[in-house]
Ligand binder design. Structure first.
Ligand code: ATP
Length: 411
């Protein structure tokens, strides 16, 4: 859904990555059994829930003849980038996707046949190192059913390999599109899971800073799947209530205080969840403009509307939920815990009655937007057009951060 949106990177960290890696001591961490999902690790697999860094030696890896035989040159190419210590333990199956500094592949643990994702990050360049540092700093601290779980880490001089639980259910909006039916109850269920993850993160003093539909993945394709908060490349870790000032995130999801470059807190995530809720219920963006200054001005004014389809069919409770999140003053914005207990979330999730199917208008709006943005940029092949920040390089995006921002008196 974020096609045409762009990510703004944080300012460089003053901490040295080397000291971070040195202080990254292996530790064991058993993950509790969360639910009855068939794909969750059981038995032997539990041994894998130990997160540690395995130091790897620089090497040149040969692609095996088997790769070529199978004609799977792409997989072979990525396999060649993997350290033998990683491939000794995991069988590289397929490329899932790529980020600005990362490649994500589906792998299978050789001993247990359990599937995982490995996010391989290039850490030679400073920016890649910082993104990796941020992501690992968060991932090694978290264990929650609605937050992607780190299993183990391998490290070489050029790359870091993060073994993660594999999400096979697709992005939030892929599922909205794929389903023939989408109601407020479905939206509330998805948001309840995202909120549960965010309540947990905030309780640890972690601010995600880049919440958007592309970073919410379903664990498996089933209707009862957990939703996982992923991609902690821009996350910030600090004490609860810690205030930050770095301008980063994806423009359309940026809270007014981030746009203003004034100190902010974890409440920036709640604004982003307000934007996500708006999109989830309508298929359109609350704040959108080709001109960055105009977009920022709309955000600073908190100016959006509930006009057009499907808003007349959406309940006042749902609109109130969004209105309580898209509040310009962060201290008046719902906290994650308050949002989780908002009457719309509570009643919708528990509701059994039949509801208006919003699917048609939402998917129409999503498609309309995707075709509009793909006409202006050929980088978004997906039907949902949700690949925006991945389409642009981080360097381009960080240049965007140089765009003069409207001043507070621009209201
Ligand atoms: N644990 C996972 N399971 C399944 N797919 C994943 C997992 N983690 C990431 N992906 C997918 O891999 C792709 C690349 O993700 P990654 O987080 O590396 O980059 P990104 O955040 O999409 O891009 P950028 O770094 O430029 O913001 C995305 O399509 C993402 O949905």
């Amino acid at each position: 859904m974020g096609c045409g949106t762009s990510k703004v990177l944080p300012e460089p960290s003053k901490n040295s990555y080397v000291s971070f890696v040195k202080s990254f001591v292996s530790y064991s961490h058993r993950r509790k059994n969360f639910d009855n999902e068939p794909q969750r690790c059981k038995g032997k697999q539990k041994d894998l829930w130990s997160i540690g860094v395995t130091q790897l030696q620089p090497h040149i890896q040969q692609t095996t003849a088997k790769d070529v035989q199978h004609g799977d040159s792409k997989v072979a190419r990525y396999r060649a980038k993997f350290d033998p210590r990683v491939t000794a333990r995991y069988d590289i199956k397929a490329l899932i996707g790529r980020g600005s500094y990362s490649r994500v592949v589906r792998v299978e643990h050789r001993a247990t046949r359990q599937p995982f994702a490995i996010k391989m990050m290039e850490v030679e360049a400073k920016e890649g190192r910082e993104v990796c540092e941020s992501e690992l700093g968060v991932l090694r601290r978290v264990s929650h059913p609605n937050v992607v779980q780190l299993v183990e880490v391998f490290q070489s001089t050029r790359r870091i390999y993060m073994v993660l639980e594999l999400a096979t259910g697709g992005e939030l909006f892929d599922r909205v599109i794929a389903k023939g039916q989408f109601t407020e109850r479905d939206a509330a269920r998805a948001l309840q899971m995202a909120l549960a993850g965010v309540v947990y993160l905030h309780s640890l003093g972690i601010t995600h800073r880049d919440l958007k539909p592309e970073n919410l993945l379903y664990y498996h394709p089933g209707a009862d799947s957990r939703l996982l908060v992923t991609d902690f490349g821009l996350a910030s870790f600090g004490n609860k209530g810690w205030s930050m000032m770095t301008t980063c995130g994806t423009a359309e999801y940026m809270a007014p205080e981030v746009v203003l470059r004034i100190p902010y807190t974890c409440q920036v995530d709640m604004w982003a969840l307000g934007v996500i809720s708006y999109i989830l219920l309508s298929g359109s963006m609350p704040f959108e403009d080709d001109s960055r200054p105009r977009l920022y001005r709309a955000i600073l004014r908190g100016r959006y509307s509930f006009h057009g389809v499907p808003w007349p069919s959406v309940s006042n409770h749902a609109k109130d939920f969004i209105e309580c999140l898209l509040v310009v003053d962060p201290s008046s914005r719902l906290t994650a815990t308050q949002a989780l207990h908002h009457p719309w979330v509570v009643t919708m999730v528990a509701s059994l009655s039949s509801m208006t199917n919003l699917h048609r208008s939402i998917s129409q709006n999503l498609r309309r937007r995707a075709s509009r943005t793909s006409a202006s940029s050929s980088c978004c092949p997906s039907s949902t057009g949700c690949k925006s920040s991945r389409c642009r390089s981080r360097n381009q995006d960080s240049t965007n951060s140089e765009t003069p921002l409207p001043m507070p008196n621009a209201h």
